[in-house]
Design a protein around this ligand. Structure first.
Ligand SMILES: [Zn+2]
Length: 142
């Protein structure tokens, strides 16, 4: 699938590792929003759109985010370490909603989006720069 359009909204928070939100259009037909550009220890990387994973309370059956310590519905103390771990042993609290399957395609997305981010960053230094409005992600900054 060709990446036919990329839109970048810069995040202006100097201390944060989150640098931008991107949307990409595939084959002029399908849009994926809410891809984050993160400034990592070894360069920029992308975080695909994700959702918080949840589990059920053993007492009332209520659904709770895996990071929660107490049940939202009944207040029951929830067991810790409910989350699964990824192959590197890190606790998984989020699951990707959409993501590339092959390493090659992941690379292509990385190059396209991080390239677009760097271009946008350069543009933002020009006088009269107009950032992309929030319509890209209604809830991006919540
Ligand atoms: Zn409960």
């Amino acid at each position: 699938m060709q990446i036919t359009e990329v839109r970048v909204r810069l995040v202006r928070n100097k201390d944060d590792r989150l640098k931008a939100f991107c949307s990409m259009t595939l084959d002029n037909e399908f849009v994926v929003r809410d891809i984050k550009v993160i400034d990592g220890a070894s360069g920029y990387f992308l975080a695909m759109p994700s959702r918080k994973m949840s589990g059920r309370c053993s007492k009332c059956g209520g659904k709770n985010h895996l990071g929660a310590k107490f049940c939202n519905s009944c207040g029951n103390r929830l067991p810790q370490n409910r989350a699964r771990k990824d192959p590197r042993g890190r606790v998984k609290l989020h699951a990707d909603v959409a993501h590339p399957i092959s390493v090659e395609y992941r690379k292509r997305i990385q190059e396209a989006l991080i390239g677009a981010y760097e271009e946008e960053l350069e543009r933002s230094k020009q006088p009269g720069y107009k950032p992309l409005e929030d319509e890209l992600d209604d809830d991006a900054l919540v």
